[in-house]
Write a protein that binds this ligand. Structure first.
Ligand code: ADP
Ligand code: MG
Length: 694
């Protein structure tokens, strides 16, 4: 890639962009000339199909061109209503803006020709509310009429510096049709034809100046492909980096597996068996396993982990399981102990709060190989911890750990097998994007003996009878969670609400033992209360969203979620998964305080299904990937063009090509891949740790 190409110059070098305008553009991430081309249209105005005003049909989306006849502002109460009348040879039409800002008012001049687009209404005459518009220039070239016109997100800031849609079109045209700016393609001709893509130049031209919808589609496909290709390239590099041929092969099932399997008082689900098969085929090969098992809460990931561990231990290698919190580590240990006893496997738990003496014993036994199976927290990755021969690491709730944690543990063995587990069901397209460096197995089936949780959405007026239900449940031996929202933006208010909720509930439930935790309390205090809940010493735990994922309280049969409309669906699903883990019928009551179309829809879905994958799909559709995980965690997908709901086929193609490329040329050394490497290093700098390319 030739960076001397003036297209990579600072935006101030572009004709029509002075220092002031450049400053505005930089706020929108437009720093270099090439960035303007990637500022994509927000919408298109289809001027090929213009109607005369007397042909307009009410309710139809229509484009009309007319001359501005009059404009005025009407003040109604606190609202400013801006009215603009346009006319053509056949009639008049009014355009209306509510709460009109001054920029819009100043924009229009009488007698100017204007194209407007919107839904035709009828109220004292024909009307469009908040139309899209495009002012026609007398001397604007024909480029612009009778075609599809691109409209750009232009804030009032941009407008004040005079860069509206028309301004954007102009400067974009300056780049596209100026020969000194070269739009070089970074994909090879071979790949372009194999993938049936258009060239980058064509994509960038047509996305801004399309002749028809097919051209827009084709251009968009190429631009999406670019983004997914680089994400997948990153995954391919990471995966390649992990994959080595000098791991250990575990071809045999071994006796332990048989013993544990025979001790089970249930039969494995088909999904569990399928996943175990996938794991076994990894273990048989010499290159280390790197697999993520995704399965909803209660789908039975633990037994899959134990059976996997037993294969490794039978070959006299050690296994370490790392959990994100002490409570989870202890819980895992408790359930493992039983199985390990059935097979005479020595297991232990290592957390940082253990007395030093005890820790030292464990450390010694780990080193000597006496302990075959160790469960622990971050304590496992401390420098002092050494293994005799670590063959497998299992990471529970893997999204709670950073890459570096995992690496520290992996480095304690010699290319050990890695099995990660997560209870967060995420849509397949997202999962091959975010965990694309791992192989993925999905347990998409719950054990048959489960009694489905009942979910009820109620309004606050029904709260009394909900409390009564809780009381009945506790009296019958159950335990309860009452959850309050706590989000960063409104943290202070939320804490107050939880606090006063707790005070109120102390009165309502004065005959019972209550506990209270919130996300701002010290970890120690939270853990203590959680432990009391686990031990059954608390009847009802009032809490913000800190209850651990994966915690197992089989007595907890009822949960009430306050302001359920404020939670995302995935979060509600995770919360709800805290109950219904025993053999009794459980109930989740969601209290909806505010009704909006969106929250009604979300809560309806929560009522209608317990399937985490359906919920996460819907969640992704409604919120987008940024919000799905919280933007902080996965800020690397900043793109406006990628859409994980719709891009499945593109992602799969891009993944195929990216993995093929790294298979052939793992360090991107090949001359033909240099352009890609350069762009990749430039755009994904922040993600290149743990990935080696020259
Ligand atoms: P999670 O996937 O949330 O970690 P667990 O592994 O803790 O789920 O399993 C939840 C419960 O279901 C445990 O008590 C476990 O013994 C039980 N279980 C696991 N698999 C089955 C099965 N196939 N049939 C019946 N019960 C099962
Ligand atoms: Mg679990």
């Amino acid at each position: 890639m030739n960076f001397k190409n003036p297209i990579y110059d600072d935006i101030t070098y572009l004709k029509g962009v002075g220092p002031k305008r450049a400053e505005e553009l930089k706020k929108y991430g437009i720093n270099f000339i090439v960035d303007v081309l990637h500022h994509l249209p927000r919408k298109y105005l289809d001027r090929r199909n213009i109607k005369k005003i007397n042909q307009c049909k009410i309710g139809e989306e229509t484009v009309i061109i007319g001359k501005i006849i009059s404009k005025n502002i009407k003040v109604i109460g606190k609202r400013r209503l801006f009215q603009l009348t346009i006319g053509d040879a056949t009639g008049e039409l009014q355009c209306v803006w509510f709460n009109a800002l001054s920029w819009i008012i100043d924009k229009f001049n009488i007698n100017e020709q204007l194209a407007v687009y919107g839904k035709i209404e009828f109220f004292n005459g024909l009307k469009i509310t908040h139309p899209d518009f495009d002012i026609l220039d007398d001397n604007e070239d024909n480029f612009n009429t009778g075609q599809i016109i691109s409209l750009y997100a232009s804030t009032s800031d941009l407008k004040s510096k005079g860069l509206d849609s028309k301004g954007f079109r102009k400067i974009i045209k300056n780049i596209l049709f100026n020969e000194k700016y070269i739009i070089e393609d970074f994909l090879s001709n071979e790949m372009i034809s194999e993938e049936n893509l258009c060239s980058l130049k064509e994509a960038l031209t047509k996305i801004h100046f399309p002749n028809d919808n097919d051209e827009i589609k084709k251009a968009l496909y190429r631009l999406k492909y670019n983004e997914h290709f680089f994400i997948q390239l990153l995954m391919a590099l990471k995966k390649h980096h992990i994959k080595k041929d000098d791991g250990i092969a575990f071809p045999k099932r071994g006796d332990y597996l048989k013993q544990i399997y025979e001790s089970l008082n249930f039969t494995l689900t088909d999904a569990q068996i399928r996943v175990l098969r996938e794991i076994r085929s990894d273990l048989k090969s010499k290159s280390p396993m790197n697999r993520l098992v995704q399965g909803d809460v209660g789908s039975g990931k633990t037994i899959v982990a134990i059976l996997t561990a037993s294969i490794i231990i039978a070959e006299e290698y050690q296994v370490a399981l790392m959990a994100p919190t002490e409570i989870l580590a202890e819980q895992h240990f408790d359930s493992f102990k039983e199985y390990c006893e059935a097979a005479n496997i020595t297991c232990a738990v290592l957390t940082s709060n253990k007395p030093q003496k005890e820790k030292n014993i464990i450390l010694n036994q780990l080193k000597s190989g006496e302990i075959q199976f160790i469960v622990g927290t971050h304590a496992l990755i401390q420098g002092k911890v050494a293994f005799n021969n670590l063959g497998l690491i299992i990471i529970d709730e893997q999204h709670r750990f950073g890459v570096e944690h995992r690496k520290l543990l992996v480095d304690k063995g010699l290319n050990p097998e890695v099995l990660a587990m997560t209870a967060t069901p995420i849509p397949r397209t997202l999962s091959i994007t975010l965990h694309g460096d791992m192989d993925i197995s999905i347990i998409d089936e719950l054990p048959k003996n489960r009694i489905p949780i009942k979910t009820e959405v109620i309004t606050p007026s029904k709260i009394k009878s909900a409390y009564q239900k809780i009381k009945n449940e506790i009296k019958a031996g159950g335990q309860c969670f009452i959850v309050y929202p706590l989000i960063e933006e409104s943290e202070k208010l939320d804490l107050e609400a939880a606090e006063s909720g707790y005070k109120k509930l102390q009165k309502v439930f004065n005959e019972f033992q209550l506990g209270y935790i919130n996300g701002k309390m010290k970890k120690k205090e939270i853990d203590k209360q959680m432990q009391l809940m686990v031990d059954g010493k608390i009847d009802c735990l009032i809490t913000t969203t800190v209850i651990e994922v994966g915690i197992n309280i089989s007595n907890a049969t009822i949960m009430l979620i306050e302001n359920a409309e404020r939670f995302g669906m995935t979060q509600l699903h995770q919360l709800r998964g805290r109950i219904g883990r025993g053999t009794k019928q459980s109930t989740c009551i969601m209290v909806q305080h505010k009704k909006t179309e969106n929250s009604n829809k979300r809560l309806k879905i929560m009522e209608s299904t317990l399937d985490g994958f359906i919920i996460s799909d819907e969640d992704l559709k409604m919120r987008g990937p940024g919000d799905f995980f919280g933007t902080k965690q996965h800020g690397f997908i900043k793109s406006k063009v990628v859409d994980f709901n719709a891009d499945g086929p593109i992602i799969r193609r891009a993944r195929y090509q990216a993995f093929k490329m790294i298979d052939d040329d793992s360090l991107l050394k090949n001359i033909k891949n240099q352009k890609i490497k350069k762009l990749f290093k430039m755009n994904y700098k922040h993600m290149l740790e743990f990935v080696k390319i020259g």
